[in-house]
Design a protein around this ligand. Sequence first.
Ligand SMILES: Nc1ncnc2c1ncn2[C@@H]1O[C@H](COP(=O)(O)OP(=O)(O)OP(=O)(O)O)[C@@H](O)[C@H]1O
Length: 889
Amino acid sequence: MSAPKVTPMVRQYLSIKAEHPDSILFFRMGDFYEMFFEDAEKASKALDITLTSRNKNDPDPVPMCGVPHHSANGYVARLVEQGFKVAICDQVQDPSEAKGLVERKVVQVVTPGMQLDGRYLDASQNNFVCAAVTGRGGVGLAFLDISTGAFLVTQVTTPESAFQEILRMGPKELVLPEKFEENARAAAAMRVADQLPTSRLESKDFENARTRDRLLEHFKTRSLEGFGIQDLPLATRAAGALLHYVQQAQRQEITHVTKIQAYFQDQFLWIDDNSARNLELLKNIRNGTRQGALISVLDKTVTAMGARLMSYLLRYPLIDPQVINLRLDAVEQAKDLARVRDEVREALKEVHDLERLRSRTALGHANGRDLAAMGESLKQLPRLWALLKENFESPLLCGDATDDGLTDVADLIDRSIREDAPPGVRDGGMIKPGFNEELDEVAALATDVKGLIAGLEAQEKERTGISTLKVRYNKVFGYYIEISKNQTKSIPPHYVRKQTLVNAERYITDELKEFETKVLGAEERRVALEYNIFTQIVDRINGEKNRLEKASHLIAWVDVLTALGHVADHNGYCRPVVDMGQTLDLQESRHPVVEKMLPGQRFVPNNITMNNLDQQILMITGPNMAGKSTVLRQAALCVIMAQMGSFVPAEKAVVGVVDKIFTRVGALDNLSQGESTFMVEMQETANILNNVSHRSLVILDEIGRGTSTFDGLSIAWAVAEYLHDYKDHGVKTMFATHYHELTDLTKTHPRVKNFNIAVNEWNDEIIFLHSLVEGGTNKSYGIQVARLAGIPASVIRRSKQVLQTIEDSEEARVAYSAKASGKGGKKDVQVQMSLFPTPGELAAQALERMDINSMTPLEAMNVLSELQQRVKRPEKAPADVTAETEDQE
Ligand SMILES: Nc1ncnc2c1ncn2[C@@H]1O[C@H](COP(=O)(O)OP(=O)(O)OP(=O)(O)O)[C@@H](O)[C@H]1O
């Protein structure tokens, strides 16, 4: 920053800016917010507004840009959306009372995690700021959504799980201690700091005693025991620091944050970020929208509070069957009572975002319209509560919140606030007539004055005989008389000329000045009085914040549970039996999203049964396009739905609770992070193998595909064995593969079972039946699928010839290997034989397996060159697989 000419105003600006070095300072000057220096440069670019300078002719002009104060919110929101923080600096003194410079102060800092203007917030998402601190025992995390008052904390043992937890909660902003990076492992594992706007607090703000004191002071309690965090020192430190950060930014107490909720990762079904994305729970993986994601099928809520809760439930399914069944009971009641459910949903449609309205009211950001919306919402409660109490038994759908219809608050708002209140709170027009006697009197005067102006105008017209005479008002002259130029000859002598326009002259008179004092006084008094009354109403509503919270909470649950009932009813879902057993049994199950996307075509239901005895690892083969990926995902989605408390798309379902779901599907590139597709695939597989338990469900779609066929097959084989033998009992796994060799695992591993997805061949055409049937398959139908994809007929013909040759030699080899092993020969030998044929056969097999459809020309070239190498230089079987097979003997 070059040394500017330091006027008192610039000095004031610089001293305030010094306190907010990392924010863009919106500096209020009259009707504008101005930005200077680097802030102006950054903001003008980000907002696409003109960059000017304050003192253009100076050798050192100060760059500057500005936005009108009445539309500032939109500009702030746009900056915040782009990751900036904005400090709003207002004039906190009446300019007419200021001796010299008007006093200015930062009244609020708006950050990505602390956006309060509802118009710029996603109604279906919480808007969390997250604070993280590392220490002995792991990482403490706190999440605060100031727009709703939600405050959640947890403590996890490793930075890796902290990272996953942050991704799952999805905050918009991160707060870290200054020295966070000194813990290199945490910094490396929690890469989220690179992806989110991050603020720093001094390390002392994360200290034990200080954070504890801050929490005690805020919640006005003597201990933290009531919140269940007394034994979670790291969570406490994160929570205290975060509270401090948010209070600092708001420049006030945040009284609507009334409690902390502690939670633990092991209370919930673990779904890592990767799996959540692969399974498209919240977002379509291709374009990031909700369309095509599970949430779009389930989220039929009608309130913002319900939508947020639905998204939370989907990200945090439970593992305690008792609590899950409590939710299922409620959904069942809602499903069965269609008429009541519809009536409840109709009433809910009239309910605005009470949670956010409550927060805005508490923070002094609410306007007349907000209160009117709150009032309108509260009016629904008596009818809604009565419906719930009369019809539902589930405690989740009624409970003691239904004893409070908040009629007093609804009545207060109804009597006081006009539905057509303006957006500003200092312009009047908010309070209904009849609410306050004094206001009515002043208002009557102000309205009378309008009549008086008309009278005055008529009187002057008559006195002067000037027909075009008008009495007008502007801010510069106050009231004046305007006479068009061609009639000014006959003006009376006591008219004092004030201004000459092109077509008219403007005058004032003593009488007019007197009148003005009376008029302006009345209007000013009315507006001031309205503001006063408004803040009193706001204070009274704030006094009821706990009751409002209770009502909002129940509304969110009722909305979610009736929405799930509605979805279950309309989509033909069944209630799953959820217990602590080890069976996953989905009869006639469907994929909840794919079935919606097959217009006019029927989704073929499938039976998926898994247990820990003889069907623990389902080895699923089948041609491309048959529906392998679909059936895998469908199983995972049904488990997630059941454990969040939803009915599932099946005729009958038993879900023994799963503790973690892992998926390794598709080839999601992480090239931006410098990792190859195969590297990512292996990292994901490693993560699965290192974290599974007996209660987990593992979904592996074509693992080992990203490397050479032999490495891939060997890895897939070994992974399947590992999961089968995991701590002697194994892990439930669905394994979709094009490696038909893997079906041989059933010969040696009792809990593996082969399935395939059936197809019919008809006149050399392939018909996809999409049904999962027992048994392996050794046909790929790759060529038929290639034809469907439009590969030229000559290429198809040629590949058939090649395939025939390969198959002939394969038959001969199998006959040979059967003979070589003899009847009572060791099974593993046979497996080994089929695994390691001659170099020529290897090449032919590889050719057969090539999925030309999904290959780039370059990949095809690479495979060809690899095959050529193998034929030229015959090699032995990969040493590691041989060793593995020997180990087992
Ligand atoms: N049960 C079903 N009923 C009707 N259509 C289905 C069914 N399962 C899958 N499909 C349809 O088949 C298409 C292919 O399914 P999917 O991607 O699961 O096949 P795949 O076997 O995994 O293929 P690839 O091996 O090429 O990845 C889907 O887009 C879907 O439209």
